[in-house]
Design a protein around this ligand. Sequence first.
Ligand code: MF3
Ligand code: CO
Ligand code: CO
Length: 259
Amino acid sequence: MIIIKNPEQIALMRSAGHLLYDVLQYLASQVSPGITTEDINRMADEMIRKNGAIPTELGYAGYPKSICLSVDDEVVHGIPSPNVVLQEGQIISMDLTLSLNGWQSDSCLTVPVGEISQKKKELLRITEECFWKGWHQALSGNRIGDISAAVQKHAESHGFGVVRDLTGHGIGREMHEDPSVPNFGAPGHGPRLKPGMTICIEPMITAGTWRVHELADGWTVVTNDHQPASHYEHTVVIRPDGEPEILSLPDGGKGRELL
Ligand code: MF3
Ligand code: CO
Ligand code: CO
């Protein structure tokens, strides 16, 4: 069941989203060779709590840390560890969910560690572009499949893979609500978008095969061919006027209309 949010509830989700943006920007500024993923986890946890929010990934289905940090061939759900020391040339996805005053926001950035290869730069750029292509379809009256198809088309037309095993999702009081928002599919299919719907659009894009598997730790998802993967996510609301606003960006996504 898709839960429609009213304007007061959207305002609370916007506050959560803007805090989440600040946290992710701070974490991105701290990424550099030599730092461990546990260092980033600690900074995330501290900044979230200092601002009166809760890191809701901690304990979610038993997840042991406050943020998901996935390096290179890790697609999602990498577990922060003092043994993972970031190295020049790697890419790291930082996927973070928090709740503020009972309302969740979920966003993910993939950033370079120092200088990275041209191939990785293109992977990061196309993954973000996939998000924007999907976002442009997030209009009242369109269907979820319109978002899915736009993401898939952009990735595959650049020779990249689209992960099938994980999808975007609705969000609100819960981290994961209906509907599912796949990054692959056909236009004109799936639930119709309506004002007050809040969804996470989160392309997970691979340099090689889209096939993935879970490691023995029960969480970390890696590409089968161990080529790098990238992930980019925002929390989006369909506004009363039928247009999308990004709740996890302070400007709501303005200025990206022409991408
Ligand atoms: N933030 C993730 C998402 O985009 C979910 C994290 S899984 C958890 O849906 F176990 F870490 F919570
Ligand atoms: Co997320
Ligand atoms: Co999500």
